[in-house]
Write a new protein. Structure first.
Length: 118
C-alpha cells in the first residue's frame, strides 16, 4: 500500500472537511477513497492518489463523492494537481488519460514542479 501524496493519513482527517472547514472541525471516522476509481483504482493506489473521507463525504448523503458530482470533481482536480506536481503531466496523461484541469491550471502545476517540486 502506497502513502497518499494528497494528505497526511496520520491525522485521520476528512480531506473534504479540511478543504471546506479547515482544521476547525471534529475528527470523524474516515475511510480511504481512491480519487481515480474504476479501471484507474490500481493506478490511484500505486501513485498514492487517495484521501481519507468521513462518511458524509464518502458514501452517505447528498455530499458523498459517490453521489455528488461536484465533490467528485473537486477530488479529481486535486488529484490531478498532486499527480502532476509529483510525477509530471506526461506521466499523468499516460496513466489517467483525462484532464480535469484547465490549460492554465496545468501550466501552474508544471511551473510549480519546475521550481523545485520534482
Amino acid at each position: 500500500m502506497s502513502k497518499s501524496i494528497m494528505q497526511d493519513y496520520e491525522k485521520h482527517q476528512c480531506y473534504l472537511c479540511m478543504m471546506l472547514y479547515g482544521d476547525e472541525f471534529p475528527k470523524l471516522y474516515t475511510e480511504e477513497h481512491h480519487v481515480f476509481g474504476g479501471p484507474n483504482r490500481s493506478i490511484s493506489e500505486h501513485y498514492g492518489i487517495k484521501v481519507r473521507l468521513c462518511l458524509k463525504h464518502h458514501t452517505v448523503g447528498p455530499e458523498a463523492v459517490h453521489i455528488n458530482a461536484g465533490n467528485m470533481d473537486l477530488l479529481h482536480k486535486a488529484g490531478e494537481k498532486a499527480f502532476i506536481r509529483k510525477y509530471g503531466y506526461k506521466e499523468y496523461m499516460q496513466q489517467i488519460r483525462k484532464n480535469y484541469l484547465s490549460e492554465k491550471e496545468i501550466k501552474n502545476c508544471m511551473d510549480g514542479r519546475s521550481n523545485g517540486n520534482k
